[in-house]
Design a protein around this ligand. Structure first.
Ligand SMILES: [Zn+2]
Length: 287
């Protein structure tokens, strides 16, 4: 195993995030921002990864697959890992019932199987949040890993089931599930810093762009120096990172990572399989 592993991941939301998360409805200019992701951003990212021979995991909502089947098919055909990002781009806590939530994920799984030939084994929540039922649904549907949570920064761990968070009693951490978590962070993501969303006063998207990439570089360097077997997971969106000159900045970051000895790039499915097989250690259980 390499000293450091880098997982570049893309949440291919396209128009689903505008319709289902930001309530753009049928506002065509808003929706065109998602179309940009499919038409312009995605091919730039694919070209960058092809150029450097770097794997990637794409989390794709079923809505994107049914709306842009050719582009998602291209992602798979060009050799990249395609995994589940729900069907609609909604917060799992908004489903009326466990059955409704499960039905959407089953539809999304069928979409992915139609593209790749295999049922997905990895999941990233559209809201980077779970409902009280999400983990058990993932377990029932045969998902082996998730990449939505933040209980560690650079090391995998097993998600906990049966946890509880009562207002006036201690937090109960729960029991080990069989679902591996490959953690992410809002600070290793492009959307909060770089995407302006009119309806969301917290998302101004006018960060100093160079500072965002400098932060990612500094986090990677810290992990490389201080962590054993660290996994550096970046979570990006074609409609955000695909805007100029960001793919160039990302390429510079990749080149910087490659100046360090013993750094590997891997898709998340590969890393999660290493954890399941015991080749890569999960974080010890802490009660
Ligand atoms: Zn998303």
């Amino acid at each position: 195993m390499a000293r450091a592993t880098v997982c570049l991941t893309y949440d291919f939301d396209a128009v689903s995030v505008w319709i289902h998360t930001f309530g753009a409805g049928d506002a065509p200019t808003q929706l065109s921002r998602g179309v940009y992701g499919a038409w312009v951003g995605a091919p730039r990212i694919l070209d960058l990864h092809d150029k450097h021979g770097i794997p990637a995991t794409w989390f794709v909502p079923g809505h994107t697959i049914e709306s842009f089947p050719e582009r998602v098919g291209e992602v798979h055909d060009r050799g990249y890992d395609v995994q589940c990002h729900g069907w609609r781009h909604v917060n799992p806590s908004t489903f009326d019932s466990k059955e409704d939530e499960k039905d959407e994920y089953e539809r999304a799984m069928t979409n992915i199987e139609d593209i790749t030939g295999d049922a997905p084994v990895g999941f990233r929540s559209p809201a980077w949040e779970f409902s009280e039922n999400t983990l058990s649904i993932l377990d029932e549907l045969g998902f082996e890993w998730d990449s939505s949570a933040m209980g560690n920064d650079f090391h995998p761990y097993y998600l906990r089931k049966n946890w509880s968070a009562p207002q006036k009693k201690p937090f109960q951490i729960g029991d080990k599930s069989d679902v591996i978590e490959i953690p992410i962070s809002w600070k290793r993501a492009d959307f909060p810093a770089l995407m302006f969303v009119w309806e969301q006063s917290i998302l101004w998207g006018f960060a100093d762009e160079r500072s965002v990439f400098d932060l990612w570089k500094a986090q990677f360097d810290w992990m490389y120096e201080n962590m054993e077997d660290g996994i550096f997971t970046l979570a990006m969106h074609p409609q955000v990172i695909g805007q100029p000159p960001r793919t160039t900045r990302l390429e510079e970051l990749i080149q910087h990572m490659r100046t360090k000895p013993d750094v590997e790039f891997a898709d998340v499915s590969t890393v999660a399989a290493e954890v399941r097989s015991g080749d890569r250690a999960a974080m010890p259980m802490i009660g």
